[in-house]
Design a protein. Structure first.
Length: 410
């Protein structure tokens, strides 16, 4: 990938170079991360790239085309896919979810019980709308939240979007047996809502989510390495996955050679199933920073993207006021949530440089991206360490990137 002249795009090259020096000293040499790859761009043009460390335990170096598990960075792609169908008039944000998923007609709200007992009778749930899925205000949850008996039931059923689920219909049928944690619209809880949205995309489009991604997003944008599994011809580029061990070196737990990501999944998780590369996700971000279009291909209109990246939390609240989640890919202070993206309401409350209105998300293997529509900056960060809540690397990266900015457009 050819880099553009950073200085002509408003960055100070010497300050950009501090990014790699910091990451290598703090995370690679110390052994905190096995390997990493970071790209910074402005106006869709890459101005900085740093790749270091190893992709595999055998010493295979991290490379510019290493395939990584992007986990919840799948969510923005699924949300874009859904909004493409909204633009085509096939669905609306305020439509009841039951229009497409009649299995959800009998959903109730949790009133007690669970664990080794049956759930107590649930109280009837208000109508769940499509927008509730996009904004994580549906009342659904994740088993990894590990707080309630509803979470425990998700773990037992492997309902966090696991690739081994028998398919879309099974996933929806099993979810429909469980109560919601709260009434739709009542609170915010990071959840499988985007997996449900992926099933809705598939049903509305009459094709699998993977096929929709391939034909409607990946091929038009030139995302040649993104998909729900790693094909044999690319297996040599797949990274190992590592787990954090307190006080020890990361422990490799999903070796590339034996990884489940080598197999075609039974369930295509719209909330967390994709593999990708830095270059491919950069292409997706170029579309976002350019108002929904890139390289002559328009996926969304600028106004649709503006709607997606506005704060949809009640009363303009930030996540500190409405979140019930133990885990998400967002820092809560000064952060709102849009239609598939976290977004910054107030950089002063977030205590990190940036712009009001920037949007972002990350994945549980510590990958991350952000798009700043004010400064027309975006960045993509890839690594493979589980979970993503261990180090403040995303905040550090943002600080380093904005400290290299010499010309602001605000």
């Amino acid at each position: 990938m050819q880099l553009s002249d950073a200085q002509s795009l408003g960055f100070e090259p010497d300050r950009l170079s501090r990014i790699g020096a910091f990451l290598d000293e703090r995370y690679i040499k110390s052994g905190r991360l096995p390997g990493l790859d970071v790209l910074v761009a402005r106006d869709g043009q890459p101005v900085y790239r740093h790749t270091s460390g190893k992709a595999r335990a055998d010493g295979t170096p991290m490379a510019s085309d290493t395939l990584c598990r992007i986990a919840s960075m799948t969510k923005p792609l699924t949300s874009v896919a859904f909004m493409m169908l909204v633009e085509e008039g096939k669905v609306a944000l305020d439509d009841p979810v039951t229009n497409v998923l009649p299995e959800f007609a009998g959903l109730g709200v949790y009133t007690g019980g669970g664990g080794e007992m049956d759930f107590l009778p649930a109280r009837p749930a208000p109508v769940m709308r499509m927008v509730d899925l996009l904004t994580h205000q549906s009342g659904l949850t994740y088993g990894l939240q590990n707080r309630t008996n509803v979470d425990a039931a998700y773990r037992k059923g492997r309902l966090d979007g696991h690739a081994s689920l028998p398919g879309n219909d099974h996933f929806i049928a099993e979810l429909a047996k469980l109560p919601l944690e709260f009434a739709p619209g009542e609170a915010w809880n990071y959840s499988v809502g985007t997996d449900v949205l992926g099933v809705i995309v598939a049903r509305l489009a009459g094709m699998s989510l993977g096929e929709f991604f391939r034909t409607r997003i990946f091929e038009p944008l030139g995302m040649v390495d993104t998909g729900f599994h790693c094909p044999d011809e690319k297996a040599h580029r797949l990274a190992d996955a590592w787990g954090y061990q307190a006080g020890q070196a990361p422990q490799m737990f999903d070796p590339a050679e034996k990884s489940g990501t080598r197999r075609v999944p039974r369930f295509e998780s719209g909330g967390g199933g994709l593999l990708s590369t830095t270059a491919d996700y950069h292409r997706f971000c170029r579309m976002l920073v350019n108002g929904g279009a890139a390289d002559g291909t328009r996926l969304l209109s600028p106004k649709t993207l503006q709607l997606m990246t506005a704060n949809h939390l009640p009363g303009g609240a930030d996540l500190t006021q409405v979140s019930r989640a133990m885990f998400s890919e967002a820092y809560n202070a000064g952060a709102g949530f849009g239609l598939g993206f976290g977004m910054t309401i107030d950089p002063a409350r977030a205590l990190v440089p940036g712009s009001a209105g920037e949007f972002y998300w990350g994945g549980i293997f510590s990958t991350a991206f952000f798009v700043d529509p004010v400064e027309k900056i975006h960045a993509v960060f890839m690594t493979q360490l589980y979970p993503s809540s261990v180090y403040p690397i995303r905040r550090q990266l943002k600080t380093l990137i904005y400290s290299a900015l010499a010309e602001s457009r605000a």
